[in-house]
Design a protein around this ligand. Sequence first.
Ligand SMILES: O=C1O[C@H](COP(=O)(O)O)[C@@H](O)[C@H](O)[C@H]1O
Length: 245
Amino acid sequence: MSMRISQHPTLDELAHALAGAFIEVCRQRQGDGGVPCAVLTGGSGGERVLEALSSHPDRDTVEWTRVRFIWGDERWVPSGHEDRNDLLADRTLFDAVAVDPSLVHRVAGPDSGLTLDETAGAYAAVVHGIDRIDVALNGVGPDGHIASLFPGRDELEIVSDEAPEALPIRNSPKPPPERVTLTLPALRRAEHVWLIAAGTAKAEAVGRTIARSAPLLPAARVFGAAETVLWADTAALGAPSASSS
Ligand SMILES: O=C1O[C@H](COP(=O)(O)O)[C@@H](O)[C@H](O)[C@H]1O
């Protein structure tokens, strides 16, 4: 499965372009009578994309109350904690548009009373019950991780469709140490898998992802059913040019 590169001069321009494409995916699915399902991501790129969505001129062409949201990963800290990925969505998109809380599937925090394993199991069941994932956003970390799938870790080797679609993570190399992540097979169910990478800190991981250098980084191991797009700024591509495509 080939990966298309969408290059933009800056993260802001990348986020605006990606937000427009995200809106178009949602509009088309809703036009077909469906309820689009989007996988959200955390991190610096994910936050900027959510901000761009919340202020996009075409924002209100989507019926946001008919969009389902899940997360590619969540940091296992209490609800409302600054480290949580869902807080980024609360402070940006969900603050700007009305959503249906029954279609917003958050990963429970330790304050829920569930253990980490129980939380991951419950999230796996939620994701398993979703018949179609339209678009999955994946912020790429400087080490090439996506969601909470980090290089060299066992979770990355779970590629069977029979495996749970979400897993607990302990001892994450990036804090906080406890997390819940979707698996590669779950992310690969998405029609559109979009990777987000901006800044020079991402250049090495981006270069290795594009080159498919061995061992394959997590970012190189995810692909979409219909397309895989690397949304990158010029700095992440390590290129001097400032053209977009
Ligand atoms: O920890 C995480 O990091 C990645 C990427 O974050 P960035 O700040 O380097 O862009 C993100 O994809 C993931 O959702 C998040 O939990």
